[in-house]
Design a protein. Structure first.
Lengths: 271, 291
């Protein structure tokens, strides 16, 4: 191959090595230690199990109730998944409109931002009145919560292309369409993913809150019912399932991000 | 304007045919370097506190294959001038024509290098260069060899598949120069391309640029505020005054080519430095006496 002279920079010896993440085991270990401390504390301080069940109690409840938990969490997952999908499918195009249209930027965008001051919990009963106890009002709440960070972050991302990058594109004779797809959109993707990751967490919260207000099924509903029956172990097991749903959801979005943006600094940093 | 296309043989460097390349693998039509002429060009920006005149009646003509530097203090409108030549900003007054074509909208018959390399982080070095051809709808497969050839000429052919974040600042800027040249443009515009680099890298890139230019012989319009950089690289130096930017002096640099770094220590070179410095002193841009 090339005979590299000493003064020349030498090419990288190997392709960048993808190290496996070493973050996860650490988190698992600290988590396990905390659970063990919890278990021990309930014995040492004689905390009654109707106030604070031990992790083993919760596990036992989860195993005993697995069918129930699965049935209800399935509903919640559907609400979150559908709401999140709608948020992405509407949020990104709206952000594009805000970036490209002065009208949207001046007349619509401030309203979107302003509307975020409305507490979503406060309008949940209204939605209940309009759409009943089914999945629809929950999905709407999820959309209302998840949509915002996606729009904001996509707008920021689309605006982050440096002016010189656009000048360069125009000097190449790029069409508006090419500038969007080849330059602006890839440049915006890291921000869009950041918004989506925030949205995953918010949609879990949104779905749960919406179920608290009025539902016939779902994990949030299960927590309410278990609370009314003073079944604190079941409440804890439902909460555990919810947080698992949130984690898996976040992890999924992160996997997709990794596939799409292997070049981005936030991902490189974890090598 | 009538003699628009006979430039090839009358290039100021003449002698060697500018397109002579060892085993050129391309089948592109020969593109003659561009001749630029600016007549009474001015630019006024409407600012918050009234309008600001950035350029005031600039007239200049640049021969085909000529290397011209524009040097001036910050804010003298030299970058604006480059934007006008590229057609990226409309001029407020006057006309600009490149190779007999009047510039009224962004023109794509050129390559641009900015101070920031603006490489796309999601593309490898080679793919960043080939982007130029993809956007233009040129034959990408054929351009691949040319891109590699360019990378080799600036000494980073081993990094073709590296991503921008794996490259140093100097290497990134080399890639961005290759991107500006891969489609064999008749004109290369450079806006302080080495301004963000350390002094040693800067010297190396000047040498690399001269090597590229001696092979391809396109017209170069180079913007800088380094006096020695301008002298080392150029056939002619256009010295501009502070805002509103006007052409204060045009100095022909009559140093033999190919130029080596040692030329900077010759009395002739130092005389040019002194001459440009004197212009800036007379403009009040440089003041070295104690008040």
């Amino acid at each position: 191959m090339s005979d590299a002279v000493a003064s020349r920079p030498s090419p990288p010896a190997t392709a960048p090595l993808r190290l496996r993440r070493i973050v996860l085991p650490y988190a698992t270990i600290t988590g396990a230690v905390l659970l063990i401390l919890w278990q021990l504390a309930t014995y040492v301080f004689h905390i009654p199990s109707y106030l604070l069940p031990t992790p083993l109690d919760i596990l036992a409840s989860m195993i005993a109730d697995w069918r129930l938990l699965l049935r209800h969490s399935w509903v919640t997952v559907a609400e979150i998944g559908a709401g999140f999908a709608i948020s992405v499918l509407t949020g990104v195009p709206i952000a594009i409109c805000v970036t490209y249209s002065k009208f949207f930027d001046r007349a619509v965008y401030p309203l979107i931002v302003g509307s975020q001051t409305i507490p979503k919990v406060a309008i949940a009963p209204i939605l209940l009145a309009w759409f009943g106890f089914g999945i629809a009002p929950k999905m709407i709440i999820v959309v209302l919560v998840a949509f915002f960070p996606i729009v904001i972050n996509t707008v920021v991302g689309l605006r982050s292309a440096p002016p010189q990058m656009i000048h360069l594109a125009r000097s190449m004779g790029a069409s508006g369409w090419q500038i969007f797809w080849r330059f602006r959109m890839p440049q915006a993707l890291p921000s869009i993913f950041a918004g989506m990751k925030m949205a995953t967490i918010l949609s879990v919260i949104g779905a749960t809150v919406a179920e608290f207000v009025g539902a016939e099924s779902g994990t949030g509903y299960l927590i309410m019912i278990a609370g009314n029956n003073f079944d604190i172990a079941r409440q804890f097991s439902a909460v555990t399932v919810l947080s698992l749903v949130g984690m898996v959801f976040f992890w999924l979005v992160e996997r997709v991000e990794r596939l799409c943006l292997p070049w981005h600094v936030s991902i490189r940093g974890q090598h | 304007m009538a003699a628009g296309n006979i430039e090839t043989t009358t290039s100021p460097r003449s002698g060697t045919a500018w397109r002579k390349r060892p085993s050129a693998p391309t089948a592109d039509p020969v593109i003659a370097p561009a001749r630029i002429s600016l007549r009474g060009v001015s630019k006024t920006f409407a600012g918050r506190h009234g309008s600001v005149e950035a350029l005031s009646s600039v007239s200049l003509s640049i021969g085909a294959g000529e290397f011209v530097s524009i040097i001036g203090p910050s804010g003298c409108g030299k970058s604006t001038l480059l934007m006008l030549v590229a057609g990226l900003e409309p001029a407020t007054g006057g006309t600009i024509d490149i190779g007999g074509k009047l510039i009224t909208k962004p023109t794509s018959d050129l390559g641009i290098v900015f101070q920031q390399d603006v490489l796309l982080e999601w593309r490898s070095a080679l793919d960043n260069i080939l982007l130029q051809c993809q956007i233009r709808g040129l034959d990408v497969a054929g351009a691949r060899d040319r891109a590699r050839e360019l990378l080799a000429m600036v000494g980073i052919d081993g990094f073709a598949s590296s991503y921008p974040h794996e490259l140093s600042g100097g290497m990134r800027q080399r890639v961005s120069i290759c991107r500006a040249l891969v489609h064999d443009p008749p004109l290369l515009l450079m806006d302080e391309p080495f301004g963000a680099l350390d002094a040693l890298t800067r010297d190396q890139l000047q040498i690399d640029l001269l090597r590229l230019w001696s092979r391809r012989r396109m017209t170069v319009l180079f913007i800088t505020h380094s006096i020695s950089e301008a002298i080392f690289l150029s056939d002619r130096i256009v010295v501009m005054s502070p805002r509103p930017g006007r052409i204060e002096d045009v100095i022909t640099v009559d140093l033999p080519r190919p130029r080596r770094l040692a030329v900077r220590e010759t009395p002739e070179f130092i005389a040019y430095v002194r001459r440009v410095t004197e212009v800036f002193k007379s403009l009040g841009v440089l003041r070295d006496e104690d008040p």
